[in-house]
Design a protein around this ligand. Structure first.
Ligand SMILES: [Zn+2]
Length: 445
């Protein structure tokens, strides 16, 4: 009787890379790779422009290969934070553009380790395994954040050892100390909200851009959370504290990635609490928060009343999600007599390890809330608005909270039925917290 081949589990198949930084300043690499024979590599392929890779014609066979790679030259030609870009005397590169990738029909775990015989360093959120390898599945390479390789040093975020900061040199008119103070202040606002750091070994990368303000940010979190934020070269320190992007991205770090019903809950959490955190830090007035919500929340109405949040288009997930979080906050506080808000659920989830590096189903997080509340509160709300929508009266909700806009100004009605919830929503308690000042994070002098 012929033996039947047992297919290997995806985790069993690996390609192991040794990446040696032979010239840290120019970011030149020697790379050798050895794949499990069962991977059946037909060839290795470099993503993007291949002019900067060299291998001899016999350079690979049987799943083994040796390459030299001028990553510094590639980064210069790419100039793209989605692939590679120059970062001072180093290169920022995403894992898919660091390695020569095996062409194979199999799911493979890519394991790579870095060697620095001529100096240099790496900044990465990936955590090495017991053999010193970083691990990224071939099929999920695009979910892994960039790393920085070469002559690079990390900045310390004041008060948060879980986060490392990398600032691209020479790019910004804002002093380095001011940038560090800003990130530290945003991290402090997040730690207050989450009752701990929102990250476990996260990396924050600031990249200067000719555009104004803070025009773009994103989080990639497979194997470790990396926040990349573009900062305008001409932005002033005041522009930084007036901006929402870094606060929003850092908020993403504290919740599991939930994608089974779409991105609406992750985006809703970040969109809803971003102005709240800035108000609590003293960077935005309470009036401005209500103003923003009253003017923007209607954008979420079609999703929560129509096809449901799970079926919302890209335009509906941010404010549709934020509207759901507002309703969840109010229902939680009402059900618990003001003792437990939706943010308490989020803190409980993070405390048990539910940060952005793990994936959860949406209902797992929402059910944690009901466990905390001891009732069927958030699940009932979910039933009304996720898979399909149902009616809600937003104008009536504002009336019950006792907020309205007249002649462009916010008016408060303290006699309104739910007026007592307003300070709990905005301040997280009955008293306004102390502001967070940048000067607290700047060196003396
Ligand atoms: Zn977001």
């Amino acid at each position: 009787m012929a033996a039947t081949a047992v297919p290997a589990r995806a985790d069993d198949l690996t390609c192991d890379y040794d990446v040696t930084l032979v010239d840290p300043g120019a970011v030149k690499l020697d790379i050798s790779v050895a794949c499990d024979p069962a991977v059946k590599v037909t060839q290795f392929t470099a993503l993007g422009n291949r002019d900067h890779w060299w291998t001899d014609p016999e350079g690979y066979r049987d799943g083994n290969g040796r390459f030299t790679y001028d990553l510094g030259a590639f980064a210069k030609s790419e100039d793209n934070m989605g692939s590679a870009m120059v970062f001072g005397d180093a290169a920022l590169v995403t894992p898919g553009f660091l390695l020569a990738l095996p062409e194979t029909e199999h799911a493979v775990m890519l394991r790579f380790r870095l060697k620095f015989p001529a100096g240099g360093a790496v900044l990465t959120a990936l955590q090495p395994d017991k053999d010193g390898y970083y691990r990224v599945p071939l099929l999920r390479l695009n979910e892994a954040g960039p790393l920085i390789l070469g002559n690079v040093t990390a900045e310390e975020i004041v008060g948060d050892p879980e986060l490392t900061l990398a600032i691209q040199p020479d790019g910004s008119l804002i002093a380095r100390e001011q940038l560090i103070a800003w990130v530290s202040a945003v991290a402090e606002g997040n730690r207050r909200f989450w009752a701990r750091s929102p990250a476990r070994k996260g990396l924050i990368i600031l990249v200067p851009t000719p555009r104004g303000g803070v025009p773009f940010g994103r989080v990639l979190s497979l194997g470790g959370a990396v926040v990349t934020v573009l900062v305008g070269r001409r932005a002033t320190p005041q522009d930084l504290y007036d901006d929402w992007v870094l606060v929003h991205e850092m908020l993403h770090l504290g919740s599991p990635l939930m994608r089974d019903t779409g991105a609406w809950l992750n985006e809703g959490i970040a969109t809803f609490y971003e102005p709240v955190l800035r108000a609590r830090a003293g960077w935005k007035s309470e009036d401005d928060v209500w103003h923003e919500w009253i003017s923007q929340m209607p954008r979420g109405i079609p999703a929560v009343t129509g096809a449901g949040l799970a079926n919302a288009g890209r335009g509906g997930i941010y404010w549709g999600g934020a509207l759901f979080v507002l309703m969840a906050e109010i229902e939680s506080l009402q059900a618990s007599g003001g003792k437990i808000g939706f943010s308490d659920c989020l803190r409980a989830v993070l405390a048990e390890g539910g940060d952005v590096t793990v994936k959860w189903p949406t209902m797992k997080l929402l059910d944690r809330c009901d466990a905390l509340l001891g009732g069927n509160v958030i699940a009932a709300l979910a039933k009304q608005h996720i898979e399909r929508g149902s009616a809600m009266d937003l104008d009536q909700l504002w009336r019950r909270l006792g907020v309205s806009v007249a002649d462009g100004a916010i008016r408060y009605d303290d006699a309104a039925e739910l007026a007592w919830l307003r300070p709990l929503i905005i301040w997280g308690g009955t008293a306004r917290p102390a502001p967070i000042s940048a000067s607290g994070f700047l060196p003396d002098g």
